[in-house]
Ligand binder design. Structure first.
Ligand code: IPM
Ligand code: MG
Length: 347
């Protein structure tokens, strides 16, 4: 069992360290960890945010535990050298096309939601975000129009096979949950979304037991705060999924609690908290490592098939929260290592 640990920038190393402690505490036979630089730190050490050695370590692993990338000091580099390109490059190069972002309110945590507690308490949804296509990976550029004005442009496109494979992932996920799937698009305006919707409808024929609905993304954003309990599985494209998953995190209470898995057609997956590198609190030992610890649990579940161990970790985090362990993101005073200790004690 080879795990690649790519801690990255900002709070990435701090939160990843706690997740590694939790993994090591499980005493899994044959577990090996390989560390590699990624993001801004990789740019500084190797001249590129995703050095070839890092990509190889990731490719040869069974699962990748990823911290965060992003460094304000790199914001003026040309786009290809910015830290964010590392995560986009890993997703593309390793074919990690299916991003699972579960959002569920932990028992007793309803008051931390930006929503009314009775609304928040009903949240138990899974966003399935396509991760290899859309406007993220289309051609793009900045050009000068004949009249001299500058114009930025990005091409949005989805081919039917790209939609089909993510739709299958989403329908299967719905079968394992409450059997409801909502496909989010903007088919009233975008041709990309029309193809998306048509293909999702075609795939639905294979899953008569799943109840499929469609929603425009603006309405979905509204419904997510109006009555999030109506959603079970949500499937959407790369850009809409990016936005809706941040929104879902605040509905749950904190972006410091949400984990994610990015899966390929095979067993290889990348697991990361959905939060970023949080440069403002980096190195202070105050970041909440729970999202990364929960990402490690997803790694055990999806890439190593160790469901029991995944559940053990999730239960330990839930118990720590239940016992009042709170990072600064939740208005508490527990530091990063203290939270790691609290999870370990309850494991
Ligand atoms: C995410 C992040 C990334 C994205 C950034 C860091 C490129 O926001 O994983 O949601 O836009 O996908
Ligand atoms: Mg995002």
């Amino acid at each position: 069992m080879k795990i690649a640990v790519l801690a990255g920038d900002g709070i990435g190393p701090e939160v990843t360290r706690e997740a590694v402690r939790v993994l090591e505490a499980l005493g899994l036979p044959g577990l090996t960890l390989s560390y590699a630089d990624v993001g801004g730190v990789a740019y500084r050490n190797h001249g590129h945010p995703l050095p070839p050695e890092t990509l190889e370590i990731a490719r040869n692993s069974d699962g990748i535990l990823f911290g965060a990338v992003g460094d304000p000091a790199c914001d003026n580099l040309e786009r290809q050298l910015r830290p964010e390109q590392a995560i986009l490059g890993l997703r593309k190069e390793l074919g990690l096309f299916a991003n699972l972002r579960p959002a569920k309110v932990f028992a007793g945590m309803e008051d931390f939601s930006a929503l009314r507690p009775e609304v928040a308490g009903a949240i138990d949804l899974l966003i399935v975000r396509e991760l290899n296509g859309d406007v993220y990976f289309g051609e793009k550029g900045i050009r000068t129009l004949p009249d001299g004005r500058r114009q930025g442009w990005d091409m949005m496109a989805y081919a039917e096979d790209e939609v089909r494979r993510i739709a299958h992932v989403a329908f299967k996920a719905a079968q394992g949950r409450k059997g409801k799937l909502c496909s989010v698009d903007k088919a009233n305006v975008l041709e990309t979304s029309q193809v998306w919707r048509d293909v999702v409808c075609e795939v639905a024929a294979d899953y008569p037991d799943v109840e499929l609905s469609h929603m425009y993304v603006d309405n979905a954003a509204m419904q997510l705060v109006r009555s999030p309990g109506q959603f079970d599985v949500v499937v959407t494209g790369n850009l809409f999924g990016d936005i809706l998953s941040d929104q879902a995190s605040m509905c749950v209470g904190s972006i410091g609690l949400l984990a994610s898995a990015s899966l390929s057609e095979g067993k290889l997956g990348l697991y990361e908290p959905i939060h970023g590198s949080a440069p403002d609190i980096a190195g202070k030992g105050v970041a909440n490592p729970m999202a990364t610890v929960l990402s490690a649990a997803m790694l055990l579940r999806h890439s190593l098939g160790l469901e029991d161990q995944a559940v053990r970790i999730e239960a330990a985090v839930a118990r720590a929260l239940g016992d009042g362990v709170r990072g600064g993101d939740l208005g508490g005073s527990h530091g990063t290592v203290q939270i790691g200790d609290a999870i370990l004690e309850r494991l």
